[in-house]
Structures are given as C-alpha cells and as structure tokens.
Write a protein that binds this ligand. Structure first.
Ligand SMILES: [Zn+2]
Length: 299
C-alpha cells in the first residue's frame, strides 16, 4: 500500500512522500539541495520548487526486455507518475532512441534519456545522456572514458550483485569495491531486482563511507509492471534537472525491490501469447526513418 503525504514548509514547499521512511529521505534531499543551490533558488518563490521521479534503468525488446520501447512509453505515461525515464538496454541505444522518437510524437512533454547498460570487461555500467552505442567488452576505465567523451554520466550498476552471477545468470556484474576508485558519476543505490534486496544496502553504506557519489534508483525493469518500482528523486521535473541534481549529488534513490512472485505473471502472459508486450503494434515508417536520422547525426 502506498500512502501519500503532502508536506508543507514555510511558504509552500510541497513534497510528496511514499511513506515515513521516504519522508525522512526527502526532507534530507530537500535541505541538502537548498543548501547547495541557495544562490540559485534563494530568491525564487519556493512554490516553484518541485520534485521529479525518474526510473533510469529499464530494458526493452531491443535487448532482453519483454516490452517494446513504444509499449514502455505508453505504459509510463498512462500508468505511472514518473517524470523522466532512461532506457538502458544491454549494449545498445536503439531502445532509447526508439522510445524517445515515439514519445516526441505522441507525448511531446515526456522526456526519454538516451542510455545504455554497458557490459564492460569488469562490470556493468549505466551510461546516461549519451548519443551512440558504447562497445561492449572494453575495460571499465575505457568505457567510462567513452561515456564522458559523449557528454554522458557513468553510473555503477548494482555494484554488489552476486546472486544472479552465482546462479549462472549472465548480465549482472557489479563493480564492487571499485566504486571507490573508478571515475563514476554515481552509483545505483537501489536496483529493484529481488536479488538485490541486501546488496542495495551494502552499496548505500559503502557509497556514504567513501565518495558519496550521486545515488540513483532504477527498476532494472524487463517487464512493464516492475517499471518505476525503484526510482531516483530529484529537484525539478526535467531530464536537465535530473542531470543537474546528479552532478550536484543531491539525488536520492527511493523504492524497493519488486516481488519475485511476478514471475507467475510473466509465465501467464507468456502462455497466453501476450509477450513481448506491444510487439504487435506496428512502428510507423516515419519513426523508423527519424530514428535512423537521429542516430546518424548523434541527436
Ligand atoms: Zn539492467
């Protein structure tokens, strides 16, 4: 159950909370942000300050997700309160480009960040605000260097994941203690995959102990109902606001791991022929062309 509380400070600073634990977190975020950005916000009407929610770790059928980029955008706009998403398919930006092109056509106010989950030789890295694919298999240092060269931000994905690799599921390799020395811009403090229930806490503790990099929360969603289960809270509403908050290290990861019982829903959808979700929706020709052009010019 989700409880929403409207909180008011002084002359109208409005904040939404999902429960008491998050209330504490958001007060912390607010105070932190205002302290850091006082010059920028000090003279503005406090009513203008709002919080945004972003899920910055989502997969689509362009890698191993169960929904098309188009179905993802439809779902997020119609069924969640997320302000921004980043599509981060394994080793391709195609899903993100397709999602952005679709959003621009159908929901012009909704922003999609171009992202990728880069499979580096040592660990998985979320690349946000990039334009083109980063090749897989490079060293973590080189991958991060290339992300930065594109003007992107590099986030350590699920740094302490061990359950999935242990049971032989490829594609969840964390940087571990190297979050201390690799030039990451942030760490994924909450990854909503059920296997990360404990390791998320280890990430948060070690990040606070060491560099205090920006926190992100993401569903790592491969299936629509999981999207948004963990998210990143930031001051503002737009993709640019999120970026500014990540750079100022004022974001907070919110949410929790989703239920492993959702696997039964996946099986049910699969047995009844509903997977992948949105696969039957034709992609308009102009969008495919627009996507090709955007990739060619680096958007
Ligand atoms: Zn992932």
């Amino acid at each position: 159950m989700r409880i929403y509380v409207l909180y008011k400070v002084g002359n109208g600073l409005k904040v939404f909370f999902t429960n008491n634990f998050h209330l504490h977190t958001l007060i912390y975020t607010t105070m932190n942000y205002i302290a850091i950005n006082y010059d920028r916000y000090g003279e503005r009407d406090m009513n203008e300050i709002t919080f945004g929610k972003a899920d910055v770790h989502i997969h689509t059928t362009c890698s191993d997700g169960l929904m098309t980029p188009e179905a993802l955008v439809d779902y997020v706009v119609k069924h969640t309160d997320l302000d921004v998403i980043a599509v981060t398919d394994h080793d391709t930006t195609e899903g993100a480009h397709r999602a952005r092109a679709y959003a621009r056509r159908h929901y012009p106010d909704f922003e999609v960040i171009i992202g990728q989950e880069v499979t580096s030789a040592e660990c998985d890295i979320l690349a946000l605000y990039i334009h083109e694919d980063i090749p897989a298999g490079l060293s973590a240092e080189e991958s991060i260097r290339r992300i930065h060269a594109q003007g992107g931000l590099a986030i350590a994905a699920h740094p302490y994941a061990f359950v999935m690799p242990m049971i032989g599921v490829d594609g969840m390799k964390g940087a571990g203690d190297r979050i201390k020395d690799l030039p990451f811009d942030g760490v994924e403090a909450i990854n909503a995959t059920p296997s990360e229930w404990l390791t998320n806490r280890r990430t948060q503790a070690n990040n606070r102990r060491w560099q205090n990099l920006a926190e992100t929360g993401g569903s790592d969603g491969h299936y629509l109902p999981t999207v948004g289960s963990a998210h990143t809270v930031f001051m503002g509403r737009t993709a640019a606001d999120l970026r500014a908050a990540l750079e100022a290290r004022t974001t907070r990861a919110i949410g929790r791991v989703y239920s492993p019982l959702l696997i039964f829903n996946v099986v049910f959808d699969w047995l009844t022929g509903r997977l992948p979700i949105g696969a039957n929706a034709p992609q308009p020709v102009e969008e495919r062309q627009q996507h090709a052009i955007m990739r060619a010019v680096g958007d």
